[in-house]
Design a protein around this ligand. Sequence first.
Ligand code: ZN
Ligand code: ZN
Length: 174
Amino acid sequence: MDGKGMPLPAGYPGSPSVVHVYAPLALGPNPQPVTCPSCHAQITTAVELENSTKTHLMAVLLCLICLPCVMIPYCCIDSCKSRTHYCPNCHAYIVMATPPLVLGPLPASLTCPSCHAQITTNVESESNTRTHLFALILCLVFFPCVCVPYCIDSCKNQNHYCPHCHAFIGRHEN
Ligand SMILES: [Zn+2]
Ligand SMILES: [Zn+2]
């Protein structure tokens, strides 16, 4: 009853040949194509924004300066919120499998962890909390300067994306 010496049927039919390889990916701020670890479907994640500590901190700061501004971090500034990725298929919460790579501010040559192609990353600048904080400080000093931090790339995060599959590769934070 140990099955020893039992010959395997030729061709071994009926066995599923599809293997789901779940590449651990960093999840960026935008919806991105992944294989859902829960239902194993090829999905594009749905992103929900949640207020984070940053949001509240920002609101308190704004409140001290100008009370009507208090709602700004809750309504307007997406980067003050934390992003949660969900599977639109089975509504599973998609966790970040690996922390994003720490990359420089310039496009980097690497192997994409998603499509495994040799790529040079696309870099997109994104305003971060520091950008808004900097704007706030400038606003107190000299109001017309308020937009300056939004124009200075070194006040922003640089997000790296794969030009082939648009997967989020990593991020450079100043
Ligand atoms: Zn799913
Ligand atoms: Zn790729």
